[in-house]
Design a protein around this ligand. Structure first.
Ligand code: GLP
Length: 243
């Protein structure tokens, strides 16, 4: 199944995707999720925090693995994904901190950290559900164009176009890290179900290209999802060009 679900706006997507996450937790308390960062998931995380505070869902047994993490930022940097996740989701829900997994950007040896992260995920996984955003160049996690479909968690050089896109969160382009650790495409594809959320007018071009593809095209890493079998693509009107 590869279904495109057209929604009015980000609020409608946040309602639908958070409901799917909450139903998954109702079905299996110890569900394992792969989670993204970026601006796209923020409304979903807000809704989950609200519902948890209102007692509608509990994350006590839930396990999470984040897709990726920047390398080279100071540990208290606002944009470090660990801090992003704490701020936007984890500090507002009742998850057990020992069930949270994010690549450690303070590790001494980054390739070893990537290897260990992959191993821990494979030991505890596969994920019941992966939630993804998409980069303007079609990247998922930090799997930039050209990444192999069989890739596992690894250290990456972030492309110049992604650094420019992400520089909106930093004071200047120079401050955007050049490296990251990301789950590989194969790691992501191991999830039993994948939801990819594509919102806003900045994603119009990539959404159009993504939906036209019929098979994996390494120039658009997200097209690997065409090979998965259980994918839902949530799009809003802005990304569809107002349609
Ligand atoms: C970063 C992350 C991706 C994310 C992308 C899009 O590069 N590594 O996982 O999907 O940004 O971000 P946004 O949702 O802000 O457009």
């Amino acid at each position: 199944m590869f279904r495109v679900i057209k929604c009015k706006n980000k609020t409608e997507i946040a309602e639908k995707v958070s409901l799917r996450i909450e139903n998954q937790i109702k079905r299996k308390k110890s569900s394992l999720f792969i989670l993204p960062t970026g601006s796209t998931p923020v409304p979903i995380y807000k809704k989950l925090v609200k519902d948890c505070k209102e007692g509608k869902v509990s994350f006590k047994k839930v396990k999470t693995f984040n897709l990726d993490e920047y390398l080279g930022l100071p540990s208290d940097h606002y944009e470090r994904y660990y801090n992003f996740m704490m701020r936007n989701l984890f500090s507002g829900i009742d998850i057990n901190p020992s069930n949270i997994n994010i690549p450690n950007s303070e590790a001494k040896n980054f390739s070893r950290e990537a290897k260990n992260y992959e191993q821990k995920y494979r030991d505890e996984g596969p994920a019941d559900l992966a939630i993804l955003g998409i980069g303007r160049n079609g990247h998922i996690g930090f799997n930039e164009p050209g990444t192999g479909i069989d890739s596992v968690t690894h250290v990456v050089s972030i492309s110049e176009s992604t650094r420019i896109a992400n520089s909106r969160f930093f004071d200047s382009l120079e401050q955007v890290p050049k490296k990251a650790i990301t789950m590989g495409i194969d790691t992501i594809m191991s999830a039993k179900e994948i939801i990819i959320v594509i919102t806003g007018k900045d994603k119009r071009i990539i959404l159009d290209r993504f939906l036209k593809e019929k098979d994996f095209d390494p120039d658009i890493p997200a097209t690997a999802l065409l090979k998965h079998g259980n994918v839902k693509v949530y799009v809003d009107r802005e990304a569809m060009g107002g349609k």
